[in-house]
Ligand binder design. Structure first.
Ligand code: GDP
Ligand code: MN
Length: 421
């Protein structure tokens, strides 16, 4: 589960990591008062207006803007709230922006030898080493993916001990390797320690600060070091978090940060019925129980020359209603030209699935208003109560004329690929 930057900043602040003060607005006429509030203590006002969407690359897309006056703030807010944000991380049609963060902007210190003191800092789980890993780079800012690709040596990685977590000597070493000196080393190391504590305590799968900056504007937030002219300090000016959904049940505080408007309607619908649904680019809808079987189903569809339109796992013990809903989700995708149902009944009973299919067909409304399935449907059932399931489908054949049975998975994949051409 993802959260917005402004929520991420609050989380950082809660763990004692310095972030500039900010306010969220939802309409451009709130920009003026937010601008005044966050720049109130500055001698020469500077704020940053930032689109709050669950995608990065905002800076390059023009959805992170530095502003010096109330007028500039209002204009930037108007632009962001009336245009869709498009970046390599959004769908091609872009994302609608309905919330903005108005934050006190900071001066980023110049780096000796050119550039600005912007760093990348993140913690994530490295599946290969089966450890959490701290990732840092001196070349933070807007193009970290490019840096990682072109010059992997510019990325520092430090594995966290599974029981002890990040050790302070590791954090200090990383801070030194980032090129920090003096008091900034302890400040950056302290931020790393706090970030790793947050990562573990909140069951994150990603905690990212990009950029972490060296600034003379300390004091912009209640959590920052007291401001003293010319004194440098380290601060986080962006925050990105992902949380492990399997751990959410023990973090109601995090769960309530979810923003349903950032999910696609299909994702929201699937979540409601406990279905794991991931849309893909092909035209064969898949309804499967169990993630492993879903993978195998996608593989064999590809093997037969087809392209899956989605990954949909109804889980080990779905109800009739969940199966009916799953059909609704799959068929709402206009690209779907055929559906493959592949169920291995274990705890899940084949007759329950069969009844779910029949109910779905009886209730399914096509775009032209007619009722019933129009796309070819291939059903492969095996396992618990398979005979009862097959009988139910056989008896309902007249109601679902586009349905075919299959003897095994290969047969099913072949039939659905032929059916969609
Ligand atoms: P992203 O592009 O979606 O990751 O958005 P960021 O919040 O990381 O902002 C992108 C870039 O805008 C940063 O790398 C900075 O260079 C710049 N930026 C953002 N906030 C500030 C700020 O407060 N002061 C200054 N000087 N630059 C900023
Ligand atoms: Mn960023």
């Amino acid at each position: 589960m993802k959260i917005h930057e402004y929520q991420g900043r609050e989380l950082l602040a809660k763990y004692g990591i310095p972030v500039p003060a900010g306010q969220v607005i939802t309409s451009f006429d709130q920009a003026a008062s937010a601008f005044k509030a966050v720049t109130g203590s500055q001698t020469s006002p500077l704020a940053v207006i930032k689109a709050q969407v669950h995608a990065g690359g905002r800076g390059k897309a023009g959805f992170v803007k530095l502003v010096r006056t109330v007028e500039e703030a209002t204009e930037a807010a108007k632009f962001m709230l009336t245009n869709r944000m498009k970046s390599p991380q959004t769908p091609p049609e872009g994302l609608e922006v309905s919330k903005l963060l108005v934050a006190a902007a900071v001066d980023i210190a110049d780096r000796a030898g050119g550039g600005k003191e912007e760093f990348y800092l993140a913690i994530t789980t490295d599946r290969r080493s089966r450890r959490n890993v701290l990732i840092a780079s001196r070349e933070g800012g807007v193009e970290i993916e490019q840096v990682a690709h072109d010059r992997p040596e510019a990325i520092i990685k430090e594995a966290l001990h599974p029981l002890l977590g990040l050790q302070s000597h590791q954090a200090r070493k990383v801070a030194f390797n980032l090129g920090l000196t003096g008091k900034l080393v302890s400040q950056a190391a302290d931020i790393m320690m706090k970030l790793s504590k947050l990562y573990v305590e909140k069951d994150c799968s990603l905690a990212e600060i990009n950029p972490l900056v060296v600034t003379t504007s300390g004091g912009a937030s209640p959590t920052a070091q007291p401001a003293a002219p010319g004194v440098l300090s380290v601060m986080a000016i962006d925050a990105k978090f992902n949380f492990d959904e399997n751990g959410l049940f023990r973090h109601p505080d995090i769960e309530q940060l979810a923003d349903p408007s950032e999910e696609s309607p299909a994702e929201a619908r699937a979540r409601k019925f406990n279905l794991s649904y991931i849309p893909l680019d092909g035209n064969i809808g898949c309804l499967v129980n169990g993630a492993g079987l879903a993978m195998a189903t996608m593989d064999i569809i590809k093997h037969e020359g087809g392209e899956p339109a989605n990954f949909l796992d109804v889980g080990g013990s779905a109800t009739e209603e969940a199966v009916t809903e799953a059909f609704g989700i799959i068929l709402a995708d206009e690209a779907v030209k055929g559906v493959l149902v592949n169920i291995f009944g274990g705890i899940m009973k084949c007759d329950v699935i069969a009844q779910g299919i029949i109910n779905a067909a009886r209730g399914f409304k096509n775009r032209d208003g007619s009722i019933g399935f129009k796309v070819p449907l291939v059903v492969r059932l095996e396992g618990t109560n398979v005979d009862a399931g097959r009988k139910l489908l056989e008896d309902a054949r007249k109601e679902i004329p586009t349905m075919q049975g299959a003897v095994d998975l290969a047969d099913a994949a072949r039939k659905v690929c032929v059916a969609v051409g």
